[in-house]
Ligand binder design. Structure first.
Ligand code: F3S
Length: 390
């Protein structure tokens, strides 16, 4: 790879051990994927934040990097952690887990990383522009960043995003290059999509069909970011989709001449919804996968103030969005109805299986895909109006 003078200095260890170790990771990745050079990035999102996913070995790796003087060069924030740092005790998070989780966040803090733990950074002002290069790691945020914002990121792993943040660059390959941003699956949607759960089910179905191909959709009329985030998240979970296009909605639209074509009708949508849903009554309903927008919290607040849900519920979101929701008066009706606004974490990366829940409700295809294996939950899938009142 052709490195600039500064990149070479980092590689040679002239800028400290942590920068050297990070540049070595980036160069190794670049070689594997055939990158010719690095590209500057304007932000990084680090995954591997929940103690549930990284464990003791991950914590020691981070401590070691922080001790070696690792410092990020660009605005860097975190994926959801394993707990809400302000209400973990009320939420019955085990004490040992909480202690370790706080140590993980501390290690990141020492490296100059914002302790903002969210998968919807774009709802709290972190919105790279079209064509801007970043290194983000959480799969739904990656899909949104590439597809809805038109910015450019590969789906980074925790260590590669952190290495990018420390060096301020990432190897130029994959989705950083024009020629790779091409859809090979054309999906014609012939049914009406009304709710978040409809977009979640569509994403679950298309993700399985697309696998690693990028889909392009015709026939989707909504440009609501709440719909698009769920569509991307669900496709990233059941497939491995970091980029999609929607005709007339997304800033890019590039399809290969030989793209495969499929149609989605009411029949596939209904069948997917039925397949994901256990039809059971949940003991916990979780809204906000990906993390809820302020509007979504407002809608839930209005819904539950009219009629009290029949089970406990969480609305998962970024801490900043929670603070805005409190200012708007959305928290009171949620608390009064037996719910809570949960920040910093989500239903999948917190230790739900250790907190006494067995059946969790969601309107997200991504949460529905991960809750059984990662949290040992049975899934109640449907619209908020359904799962909150079963
Ligand atoms: Fe975000 Fe957790 Fe869903 S990280 S996309 S809320 S599984």
């Amino acid at each position: 790879m052709k490195l600039t003078k500064e990149e070479q200095q980092m590689f040679n260890g002239e800028m400290g051990e942590a920068a050297q170790q990070s540049m070595e990771i980036l160069v190794a990745l670049g070689k594997i994927y055939g990158a010719e050079k690095m590209v500057e990035i304007s932000s990084a999102q680090i995954s591997g934040v929940s103690y549930k996913t990284i464990g003791q070995a991950g914590l020691e790796y981070l401590d070691d990097l922080a001790r070696k003087g690792a410092r990020v060069k660009i605005p860097t924030f975190l994926n959801p952690a394993g707990m809400d740092v302000e209400q973990w005790e009320e939420m019955r998070i085990p004490k040992d887990f909480a202690k370790k989780q706080l140590e993980v966040l501390d290690a990141y803090g020492k490296m100059g990383i914002m302790k903002t733990c969210t998968c919807t950074p774009y709802f709290i002002g972190i919105r790279p522009k079209k064509g801007e290069h970043v290194a983000w790691a959480e799969s739904s945020a990656v899909a949104f960043c590439n597809s809805v914002l038109g910015a450019r990121t590969n789906r980074e792993g925790g260590p590669s995003a952190l290495a990018g943040a420390i060096c301020g660059v990432t190897p130029e390959y994959g989705l950083h290059k024009d020629e790779n941003r091409v859809a090979k699956l054309l999906v014609t949607v012939k049914c009406e999509l009304k709710t978040v759960a409809d977009f979640g089910a569509l994403g679950s179905y298309v993700g399985k069909m697309a696998k690693t191909n990028y889909p392009a959709f015709e026939g989707i009329k909504s440009n609501k970011e709440e719909h698009l985030k769920v569509l991307g998240a669900s496709m990233a979970a059941t497939g491995s989709v970091p980029l999609f296009f929607i005709k007339g909605v997304t800033p890019e639209w590039n399809i290969a001449d030989d793209a495969q074509r499929i149609e989605i009708t009411e029949k596939e949508l209904k069948a997917t919804r039925a397949e994901i849903d256990s039809k059971l009554k949940p003991n916990l309903v979780t809204i906000g996968c990906p993390h809820a927008s302020l509007d979504e919290i407002g809608q839930i607040a209005e819904m539950v103030s009219k009629k009290k849900p029949t089970c406990e519920f969480w609305v998962c979101t970024a801490r900043k969005t929670k603070e805005d929701a409190i200012k708007k008066g959305y928290e009171k009706p949620i608390l009064a109805a037996g719910g809570r606004i949960v920040a910093d974490t989500c239903m999948v990366v917190c230790p739900l299986e250790q907190m006494g829940y067995q059946i969790t409700g969601t309107n997200s295809g991504k949460a529905a895909a991960y809750l059984p294996n990662l949290c040992k939950q049975r899934v109640a899938f449907g619209d908020a109006e359904d799962i909150l009142y079963r």
